[in-house]
Design a protein around this ligand. Structure first.
Ligand SMILES: C[S@@+](CC[C@H](N)C(=O)[O-])C[C@H]1O[C@@H](n2cnc3c(N)ncnc32)[C@H](O)[C@@H]1O
Length: 214
């Protein structure tokens, strides 16, 4: 019924989060989305942006994926349903309320192949000693990538967590005010990683950076 009604007008439920402020679970055009006050967090345009990135990768050779910023888990749904990727995913999310939303509203449950870490992604990569074939960096508070994720110490640790032929997909800021700092990050990546592609205006909004190889 909610799904049907959502074709006529969006149906919304609000849940407060200490980290992100009010979060909205909204049925829109027959699909449930997770939104913060000003941004789509999961299952809307954000999901299409990350899918664009995944289309650039040969996932048949990928054995492990790390998602930094799990949100409602829409990229996990994309990996499983659109790309039939059934191997290991580790997902890091700072907000326990969002982890509960992912579980209760979007049926994203921990399993043998999905490990959910309720942790700060900055600390996670600092102490991580595993190598991942794909690392998706999708860390936002509302519309903003927190400054510590534009810091080169964070990127050193992300690069260290990537397997030698692995790929990093970075969903970079929608705000022009951060474009200089994002350029510093991409210039740094170019000194460490073989191939760095910058895709601007993906889905008419975000810059997506895809870095692969050594
Ligand atoms: C755009 S959403 C992620 C959407 C998700 N990748 C998906 O596929 O649906 C951004 C997420 O980053 C999380 N986040 C923000 N700062 C974080 C941090 N320091 N550590 C871990 N997660 C963080 C937010 O709580 C939010 O859930």
């Amino acid at each position: 019924m909610k799904r049907l009604l959502s074709y006529i007008y969006p149906v919304t439920k609000t849940i407060a989060s200490q980290h992100s402020g009010p979060l909205e679970i909204t049925w829109y055009n027959g699909k449930k989305h997770l939104n913060s006050k000003n941004a789509n967090y999961s299952y809307g345009s954000l999901q299409r942006i990350l899918k664009f990135g995944l289309e650039k990768i040969n996932l048949s050779k990928v054995n492990s994926v790390l998602v930094l910023g799990m949100g409602g888990g829409s990229v996990i749904e994309t990996l499983r349903d659109d790309f039939s990727y059934v191997k290991q995913i580790d997902a890091v999310e700072i907000d326990p309320i969002i982890i509960a939303i992912a579980q209760n509203e979007f049926r994203i449950f921990e399993s043998e192949n999905l490990k959910i870490h309720c942790r700060d992604a900055f600390e996670f990569v600092k102490t991580n000693d595993k190598k991942f074939d794909v690392i998706i960096v999708d860390l936002y508070i509302d519309l903003t990538v927190p400054d510590k994720f534009l810091n080169l110490e964070f990127w050193d640790n992300v690069i260290k967590s990537k397997s030698s032929k692995g790929t990093i997909i970075f969903n970079a800021s929608v705000k022009d005010s951060k474009s200089e700092t994002i350029k510093t990050v991409t210039d740094y990546m170019k000194t460490k990683i073989f191939n760095v592609d910058i895709h601007e205006n993906v889905n008419n909004t975000n810059t997506l950076i895809i870095a692969s190889g050594l």
